[in-house]
Design a protein around this ligand. Structure first.
Ligand SMILES: [Zn+2]
Ligand SMILES: [Zn+2]
Length: 411
């Protein structure tokens, strides 16, 4: 087992002689810089935050700091008296069954580290995750690493729920409007058939951590501590890993998936398929599958919620005199796809006219539909002949009002 030495003082950038106030200030300054809330998604900052929190947890506590100074590492399981004795190179009453076996330097001290999991300690734990740590700003080491000291590893061996899956699904414009079936291939973890999700087939092998001896060595300054192997709890044996899943309890499979798209499905909508996420291990419940709908566009129709927007060209005469025109709708099932729209006399370009209940059927409220909003776009004729020009000049004479009068009066 590798020797673990962490220089908490240099982690916080303080001297060994630093006062409690120096340490507090140094930690707060670094915590402000590296806190996960300030660096969302930044793994490096998260790791750094864990490091400084760990250093602060030990150095800000007078008793812990003393043990750390004496041994060069800290664990909750160390009795201060034992640390004191170890630092002096003798044996006080602190060691369980403490009896000297060597004289100096590499003395072997039986030491009870049960419950202290070095492998988790070194990897930094995973309790912090993507969320901000429970302790919040300046939260203590234990808040951040919640549970790694007491049975964290044991808990990992019990039933673990499967994680959720999220897939983005592209749905074309018409399928989203009228409903349909979407197909996609997903990759999910399924319970391993060989070990039934238990990660092991039940046999035991030599513990790789201690090579079957049941003991590992931990350095404390110049001292060597023989401690019970945390991985096998001193038995020297661990359960074998399932050969099919490599001890994961799950295998990754591609799976075709077919699901119904409701009429009126909106862009960005989230569909939850309960229990269709990754399988849990050792009897844990499966996660859920979330499908995020990405709705395609249409060259003529634009969807805004349950409303359909369409821009329709109108002639000058239709706009000025009023007219009944034909506009496209999304109802093409009866061969039509068009409806009559009355353009009132004096309609301006950009004006919006509403066709009630000609929009998209609502996915949320059965029987309801959105509206179709028609935006009028006046098309000016490109006149070539003299007669048309004459008529327009005459029209202008009959209607001498200045359309810019209001605009110019404003400035
Ligand atoms: Zn072991
Ligand atoms: Zn397996």
């Amino acid at each position: 087992m590798a020797t673990q030495t962490k220089d908490y003082y240099s982690t916080l950038g303080v001297k060994k002689t630093a006062s409690a106030e120096d340490i507090r200030k140094a930690f707060r300054k670094l915590a402000r810089k590296y806190h996960p809330d300030v660096n969302p998604g930044d793994k490096k900052a998260e790791d750094k935050f864990k490091e400084i929190s760990e250093a602060n947890d030990v150095l800000s506590d007078e008793k812990k700091r003393k043990i750390y100074d004496q041994l060069g590492f800290y664990s909750d399981n160390i009795d201060p008296a034992a640390a004191e004795a170890a630092a002096r190179g003798g044996y006080g009453g602190g060691f369980p069954g403490g009896a000297g076996r060597g004289s100096r330097g590499g003395q072997e001290v039986p030491f009870d580290f049960s419950g202290f999991d070095f492998s988790d300690f070194q990897s930094g734990g995973s309790a912090g995750g993507a969320e901000s740590p429970g302790g919040g700003f300046g939260g203590s080491f234990k808040d951040i690493f919640g549970g790694i000291f007491s049975g964290g590893r044991k808990a990992a061996r019990g039933p673990r729920p499967g994680t959720d899956l999220e897939y983005q699904v592209s749905v074309d414009f018409w399928s989203a409007v009228r409903g349909g079936v979407a197909r996609l291939e997903i990759q999910r973890q399924e319970a391993c058939q060989t070990c039934k999700g238990k990660s092991t087939t039940g046999g035991s092998i030599e513990c790789p951590e201690c090579s079957g001896t049941g003991q590992v060595t931990q350095m404390g300054g110049r001292m060597k501590f023989n401690i019970q192997c945390p991985r096998c709890n001193g038995t020297g044996k661990v359960q074998n890993g399932c050969p099919t899943c490599g001890g994961e309890g799950v295998v990754t499979r591609k799976e075709p998936l077919e699901f119904r798209i409701k009429p009126g499905t909106r862009d960005g909508q989230r569909i939850r398929l309960a229990g269709k996420g990754n399988a849990g291990t050792d009897g844990g419940a499966p996660g859920d599958l979330y499908l995020i709908i990405k709705v395609g566009t249409h060259p003529v129709f634009t969807r805004v919620g349950d409303d359909i927007h369409v821009t329709v060209p109108v002639t000058v005469a239709e706009a000025a005199l009023g007219a009944k025109i034909e506009v496209p709708t999304i109802d093409t099932h009866d061969g039509g796809g068009r409806t009559q729209l009355k353009i009132p006399p004096g309609t301006q370009t950009g004006q919006k006219l509403r066709l009630r209940e000609k929009g998209v059927p609502s996915a949320a409220h059965e029987g309801k539909r959105g509206d179709e909003i028609v935006e009028v776009k006046i098309v000016v004729p490109k006149v070539q002949d003299e007669r048309s020009k004459e008529i327009l000049r005459e029209l202008a004479k009959l209607n001498p009002e200045d359309p810019r009068a209001e605009l110019l009066a404003e400035v």
